[in-house]
Design a protein around this ligand. Structure first.
Ligand code: UT7
Length: 336
């Protein structure tokens, strides 16, 4: 026991912030009318129960990798840094169809970065906020200076178009953020957790090995006990939102923007009501024409609010993401 471990980078920055954001919407616009026959539903039912009018599904050439690269290029441009400055890439996804290697490594290669740390994380719809929390801690811990966080999904591959409970919900797209050092805190403390007792409320239907044993193998689609998830999200996530504000030392009046995971318009409304969000807080409602794109939903929604002038640079935005697991994560960030 003679050696002494160095604690790492003593000069690591105290704070991290979002430097830039970018997104990529899958190109096919699928209206409710196009999917209702297969699930014996109606445009009216889908709009009333979920708020969704259309959803974005990927064209054949829009892969998890290509959509992620598209969003990342915009985020890096927005951040005003050189691609070579990215020294870690964290990709949140559940729809990259290879168990290994991580799609983050292929994205790094296509972006032309200089050998960054690159890995995927699996936290479903909560993945992007998990990635932002990791990036913030990596920067403040001195293990990376600029981290590219990507949320990307091609859920149309995992959706059974004949399943009434999910066919109308899921969607495709990508969002990315560059997280870097800052003089002031730009990312507040995360409140995150999971409720493993309910781990199977949203899940892949079967194990891949069981699929191969079937006479006519089919993709192991996503299945969801929607109503149970709905009740959990509407009640528990408003509490998590309040805990996040408390931990950050903010009141609801201090917020400018609220960007919840785009799961269901009724969940968004229920959370806004129970949090007693004041009128001035602008609320992301991207779900109406994007659908639920899981890990991509929050950066897609925030990027749209910036583009449409609803979120301005320096605004305080509460992000809250939740989904399969049941995993959740929330933090307040300064809009880049
Ligand atoms: O992103 C990850 C997190 N995911 C979520 O947060 C999703 C949360 N869940 C939801 O968004 C909602 O549960 C859904 C939108 C999926 C469903 O809405 P719901 O109000 O929970 O409907 P339900 O499943 O309780 O079904 C209500 C009724 C049932 O009929 P009865 O028993 O009342 O006669 C269903 O059979 O609606 C019927 N139904 C449908 N009718 C037309 C179920 N699915 C459909 C359908 N079209 N697609």
């Amino acid at each position: 026991m003679t050696g002494k471990l160095s604690a790492g980078d003593e000069a690591a920055p105290r704070h991290a912030t979002l430097l830039g954001i970018g997104s990529y919407r899958a190109s096919r616009v699928i209206p409710n009318a196009e999917i209702v026959d297969a699930i014996d539903s109606s445009d009216e039912w889908i709009q009333q129960r979920s708020g969704i009018k259309t959803r974005r599904w990927a064209a054949p050439d829009e892969t998890v990798q290509s959509m992620a690269v598209g969003a990342s290029r915009k985020a890096i441009e927005h951040a005003g840094i050189d691609i070579a400055q990215i020294d870690a890439i964290v990709v949140a996804t559940v729809s990259h169809m290879f168990q290994t290697p991580a799609v983050a490594t292929a994205i790094a290669h296509e972006l032309g970065t200089d050998r960054p740390a690159a890995f995927d994380i699996s936290a479903a719809c909560a993945g992007f906020c998990h990635g932002v929390a990791l990036a913030s801690d990596m920067i403040r811990g001195g293990s990376a200076k600029h981290v590219l966080v990507i949320g990307v999904e091609r859920l149309s591959d995992l959706t059974d178009v004949g399943d009434r409970g999910t066919a109308f919900i899921f969607a495709d797209g990508a969002g990315a953020a560059v997280v870097g050092p800052s003089d002031e805190p730009g990312i507040g403390p995360v409140v995150w957790g999971s409720d493993g007792e309910q781990f199977d409320l949203i899940r892949q239907k079967e194990d891949w090995r069981d699929v191969l044993e079937q006479e006519r193998p089919t993709m192991p689609h996503l299945v969801m006990q929607g109503n149970a998830v709905f009740r959990w999200a509407a009640f528990e996530m408003a509490k998590v939102a309040q805990q996040t504000l408390d931990k950050t030392g903010l009141k609801v009046d201090d917020l400018d923007v609220f960007v919840p995971h785009q799961a269901n318009m009724r969940i968004i409304d229920a959370m806004a009501r129970s949090m007693k969000l004041p009128e001035h807080v602008r609320i992301a409602r991207d779900i109406a024409d994007q659908g639920n794109s899981s890990a991509a939903s929050i950066p897609l929604a925030l990027d749209r609010m910036i583009a449409e002038g609803e979120a301005k640079s320096g605004d305080l935005a509460l992000l809250i993401a939740f989904g399969a697991g049941l995993a959740y994560a929330a933090q307040v960030v300064r809009v880049p």
